[in-house]
Design a protein around this ligand. Structure first.
Ligand code: R5P
Length: 301
């Protein structure tokens, strides 16, 4: 068996470098370019015959390009004789569409899982999927990591008193309960409604649990437009909560998210670096999942 290699797609090269540094698995050489008609071209320059290969690629924006790029890299290393191909997908795009909400819709997360596995990968590593069931959408083994400990360690450094963990929707209760256990805090749950027609417009319907006067820590898998956490923070402050902190694994920050979050009642936001993003707000701090992924890869070689 030849030595293992990491290849970075173009979505998150800094995270890939840091994973390589921490795991001591070298970064392979790859050239990713474009044909003049915008099609992606990939050239894996290193010898990978009989090597274990790890491809680090988040399906963040440009989402569709990054999915195809991952598939092309996988195909390239497969054709070069890689022994085992592991797709490390810190953020899985389309994962919020894991079920039909009305007839006539696709199950996009399943389509993406099928596309990725069809390219010849043997294993997937992913982090905090929108729904745990998505693990089963892949027809190959999945190592399912969670960034909750990483985020929890960061929160513990703040030494808050009187914490309460809040799930911003009913679907996130299991995640919030796990986070509440890590922080040894009670749990509250927000019931939210998302208008199907406008997709991003959020309405808070109710909050269950005693939240008055506490520091509330909202935990979510992803921040996209910020609508969910902005409305949740507003509802919590109306209930008398003094401080609202948000923890989320994936910081998509779509559209005017930075501006809207800046103006919001949220006091502080912690996200991980599963998505490479130029963070344009002093309220937002990134914590790295490089160690979490590196430890996982070291066990795989
Ligand atoms: C939804 O169920 C997710 O867990 C997130 O709460 C949601 O996708 C965040 O999106 P946005 O920031 O646009 O409200």
């Amino acid at each position: 068996m030849n030595s293992p290699k990491i290849f970075a797609g173009s979505s998150n090269p800094n995270l890939a470098k840091e994973i390589s540094r921490r795991s001591k698995i070298p970064l392979g050489q790859i050239e990713i370019g474009r044909f003049s008609d915008t099609e992606i071209d990939v050239w894996v320059k290193d010898e990978v015959n009989n090597s274990d290969v790890f491809i680090i690629q988040s399906n963040s924006a440009p989402v569709n390009d990054n999915i195809i790029e991952l598939a092309l890299i996988a195909d390239a290393v497969k054709r070069s004789g890689a022994h085992k191909i592991t797709a490390v997908i810190p953020y899985l795009g389309y994962s919020r569409k894991e079920k039909q909400t009305r007839p006539g819709e696709p199950i996009s997360a399943k389509v993406v899982a099928d596309l990725i596995t069809a390219s010849g990968i043997n294993k997937v590593v992913c982090i905090d999927l929108h729904a745990d069931a998505i693990v089963g959408f892949f027809n190959v083994p999945v190592i399912y990591l969670s960034a909750l400990e990483v985020l929890g360690d960061r929160i513990k450094k703040e030494k808050h008193k009187g914490l309460i963990v809040v799930s911003p929707d009913v679907g996130g209760v299991k995640r919030a309960r796990n986070f509440a256990t890590i922080l040894n805090a009670p749990l509250a749950v927000i019931e939210k409604h998302r208008q199907v027609a406008t997709r991003d417009k959020i309405e808070v319907l109710s909050i269950s649990g005693e939240v008055t006067g506490d520091t509330a820590i909202i935990i979510d898998d992803v921040i996209s437009t910020g609508g969910t956490i902005i409305e949740s923070a507003h509802a919590l402050k109306e209930k008398g909560v003094k401080e609202v902190i948000v923890c989320a694994t994936h910081g998509v920050f779509a559209g005017n998210a930075f501006e809207n979050l800046g103006k919001s009642e949220i006091d502080k936001i912690f996200v991980t670096d599963t998505i490479a993003k130029d963070i344009k707000s002093s309220k937002i701090e990134q914590v790295t999942v490089a160690g979490l992924i590196a430890d996982c890869l070291k066990k795989e070689i």
